[in-house]
Write a protein that binds this ligand. Sequence first.
Ligand code: ZN
Length: 156
Amino acid sequence: MADVESFALDHTAVHAPYVRRIAAEHGQAGDTISNFDLRLTQPNESDIPTGALHTIEHLLASLLRDHLDGVIDCSPFGCRTGFHLIVWGEPSIDDVASALTSALQFIAEKATWADVPGVSAVECGNYRDHSLHGAREWAAKIVAQGISRDAFSRVV
Ligand code: ZN
């Protein structure tokens, strides 16, 4: 089986919340795609419940694109401690952390149901499993902790 970088990370050595560059991949046509680890809660100590994580996912899909160029996809980890972010090019960790902080600040302080995209049965695969209340509480907690620019030591 292929080696996967994410499973080589020592999840007991990191200090969330943080942004970590996982890899930059270079395609045959000369394009570059970067993959980031957006870790919102401390692995094996805390995890975001599904409804809140699902609503954060829908909001980040829109909000990250408002704050960062070249976003391809932002998808939750199965362990519910954060997200993978896939982007064109090689934005800096600081650019990504700033965009994530702005997005989470909006969720914590301003988001209403009208701001959450794609929450009908037509647009979402599990539209009943959302929690804006939970999303706002978790976003506020994460913003208060600060998004570190280093996974292994706190650089906020
Ligand atoms: Zn959905």
